[in-house]
Design a protein around this ligand. Structure first.
Ligand code: RP5
Length: 161
């Protein structure tokens, strides 16, 4: 299964690239698309409605400003939608965060931190890992490596005392 990585504009790509890179590390294919809830609503709808037959198992959806994209995607699918609010305006992402997270009851968007693309990818891996033992093991290793890195950081600080 693939993860669809959708963003409202190419200006979001520098943030979203880290999600695609992380998915690659777990050998998960990403289908990357730029489409806008406001500027190309028909394109969004077509893509989301075709997702099940295109082997897409989850969406990562990023947008800045009045960020309705993730919510609109969620309205057209029952696949999991992970939202990434982007810091794109003078409001530093607060606008996108509230627009993405405050969904009406019944149509959820699992909203990450502002610019939290990497966590979005990890969350997508976690969803796939529920029914994939090998992937779950890889996730376990990823956590172990992270813990080892923190120990190294602790040692580096200690060495400066
Ligand atoms: C949003 O507006 C996009 O997701 C982007 O974060 C922001 C700015 O878009 P551009 O004006 O750079 O196309 O819809």
């Amino acid at each position: 299964m693939k993860v669809a990585v959708m963003m409202g504009s190419d200006s979001d790509w520098p943030i979203l690239k880290s999600a695609v890179d992380l998915l690659k590390k777990f050998d998960i294919e990403a289908e990357v698309i730029v489409a806008s809830a406001h500027r190309t609503p028909n394109r969004v709808r077509e893509f989301v409605e075709a997702a099940p037959k295109n082997d897409i198992g989850a969406f990562i959806v990023a947008a800045g400003a009045a960020a309705h994209l993730a919510g609109v995607v969620a309205s057209y699918t029952t696949l999991p939608v992970i939202g990434v609010p982007i810091n794109a305006t003078a409001l530093n992402g607060m606008d996108a965060l509230l627009s993405t997270v405050q969904m009406p009851s019944g149509v959820p968007v699992a909203t990450m931190a502002v610019n939290g693309a990497k966590n979005a990818a990890i969350f997508a891996v976690e969803i796939f890992a529920v029914s994939d033992k090998k992937l779950a093991e890889k996730l376990g290793d990823y956590r172990k490596n992270m813990a080892a890195e923190v120990e190294k950081k602790a040692e580096r600080v200690k060495a400066q005392l």
